[in-house]
Design a protein around this ligand. Sequence first.
Ligand code: NAP
Length: 281
Amino acid sequence: MAQLIDGKAVAARVRAEVQADVERFKAARGLVPGLAVVRVGEDPASKIYVTGKKKAAEEVGFRSWEHHLREDISQEALLVRVRQLNEDPSVHGILVQLPLPKHIDAERIISAVSPEKDVDGFHPVNAGLLSLGQPGLRPCTPLGAMRLLEEAGCAPAGKRAVVVGRSNIVGKPMALMLLQADATVTVCHRKSDLPREVAQADILVVAVGVPELIQGEWLKPGAVVIDVGMNRKPDGKLVGDVAFQAASQRASAITPVPGGVGPMTIAMLMRNTLIAASGGV
Ligand code: NAP
């Protein structure tokens, strides 16, 4: 039976570390880190995520602001708001909650956030820095997954890592972080032969959004499995992208859903905001 990687406990630890660092930061600089979260429209999931991020920010000792804007805001007006936040010296981190309404070009908005305040790590400059292996703000979810590997005692160097999913926010940055940690990395997508690729993985990270796509029988015995997926089944149950029961029979360690990667994302957002307030990595 696999060891359970307890993301909730690790996230609580990361947040406590950030809180202690914030105390030191305030004493040394006489400055309070500030996080501004922009939410557009009434998407119910976004409302829950933003409330959670604001609460976490306050708990670690940041100032935080939610800018809740109308669904029908124009792209130009949203760009103006982002630029105002870029100019505001009390704001060190800016996060624009996705998804944005269809009439808004999300990539333009992300690119308008100052790279130094881009605590989501989605700006093309930060994506480029990651790709070059240079310091920059990194996307929170893969950053959290890397920390979970570390906590599970799994050093990526020399291991075969397989990442299923190639999104700009999870799959691609995850693959680059594993590569930077000296793993041998394969990235899979819809055209990949999943059972064959997954069977090679010492480390398997799955970020797909299809409930229980990865079958436990495909795993290499002893693999370490990080399941990023969060899928709501018709009965209301939250499940990952990996069939957990069967996978935990073969893996040596695995994240549960919920309680695995999910809580880490907010914790790493707190870490990124403190890094931004400190003047960068
Ligand atoms: P996304 O942008 O929709 O990307 C999904 C990726 O999975 C794509 O690269 C797609 O391949 C691939 N894919 C889809 N179906 C596949 C299949 N049948 N076989 C192989 N590959 C397949 O999703 P995302 O934003 O990365 O999110 C992925 C999951 O992670 C979702 O469940 C999301 O809720 C969750 N998530 C969780 C957190 C967290 O904090 N825990 C954060 C972000 C996301 P193609 O490129 O070929 O289309």
